[in-house]
Design a protein. Structure first.
Length: 294
């Protein structure tokens, strides 16, 4: 597979096709939907129980989080790692035209339901934007572009249409296309990796808390893997497919995630890394990571 500078789109692909700016959360343009719509139970990720549709007690009058700078020490790492992929501002400002659920209580339930669907659509757009930029996926560019355009159209549905959308079916369809794109990318890398040493194939293995220090996981299929608390210090994860992998509490100190496939910011935010951890160019090193990965 031909190398490209990080973030550079595939030949013949417009920059607009892979622009993810609007898929980043803009909390100032949202009505605190992530603090109201989802429900959660008291756990290591959340300090309290909160039913779905009920505002978090830490949500302030301006739809901001009153404890945002202290979420982790106060027991809310799940909130700190949450990413709506820009669905909050899309629903608040576009789907509902700037009407907030406090001023217009009848919009509350439809807005919260629309948010859950929109978040999934925006996450799909994020993955499609990444796949479109891979030179090795060029043979699938027409299909990827069509899937992106179809998903974009779905984000413009009104609240009632979003509520009735079979978003799970759409996710499955796009997921298979993304898997085919991933296989094309990883196949080329596996050929090169085989000349050095055979990578570990972790599929079907319980990886919760697994000791994978220094493991060669280049081009591995880690899609949906349970890596909670796994020790991945100094592991080589380049070109590994990490779509949907659970990295909560995983040790990533010194790990190499450059060119890892389908990594999102929330996965890094839920993990533990250090200044030596190499992250994908489209993401940022979490501020809570320590110098030593503690």
């Amino acid at each position: 597979m031909a190398r490209r500078p990080p973030g550079e789109p595939a030949a013949g692909t417009s920059s607009a096709a892979v622009d993810r700016g609007r898929l980043r959360a803009d909390c100032a343009r949202c009505f605190g939907l992530c603090c109201v719509a989802p429900g959660f139970a008291a756990s290591a990720d959340f300090a309290i129980d909160k039913p779905a549709g009920q505002p978090c007690p830490n949500l302030d009058a301006g739809f901001g989080c009153a404890i945002h700078p202290r979420l982790r020490p106060l027991g809310f790492p799940g909130c700190a790692a949450f990413d709506c992929f820009g669905a909050g501002q899309q629903v608040s400002q576009v789907t509902f035209g700037g009407r907030d659920w406090r001023a217009a209580p009848r919009t509350a339930l439809p807005m919260f339901e629309a948010f859950g669907v929109m978040r999934q659509l925006h996450e799909i757009l994020w993955y499609l934007g990444e796949a479109i930029a891979w030179p090795a996926a060029a043979p699938l560019l027409v299909e990827l572009g069509a899937a992106r355009d179809a998903t974009e159209r779905l984000t413009r549905l009104d609240a009632a249409e979003l509520r009735g959308l079979e978003v799970a079916a759409h996710r499955r369809s796009v997921g298979e296309l993304l898997r085919r794109a991933s296989e094309r990318v990883r196949a080329g890398e596996l050929v090169r990796a085989a000349a050095r040493r055979r990578p570990i194939d972790p599929r079907g293995t319980d990886l919760i808390g697994a000791d994978l220090r220094g493991a060669d996981l280049r081009a591995a299929d880690l899609r949906g893997a349970q890596l909670v608390g796994a020790d991945l210090r100094r592991a080589d994860l380049r070109f590994a497919d990490l779509l949907g992998a659970d990295l909560r509490g995983a040790q990533l100190a010194g790990a190499d995630l450059r060119d890892a496939l389908f990594v999102v910011q929330s996965q890094l935010d839920a993990a533990r890394g250090d200044r030596a951890t190499r992250v994908p160019s489209a993401l940022v090193r979490p501020v809570h990571w320590s110098a030593r990965g503690d």
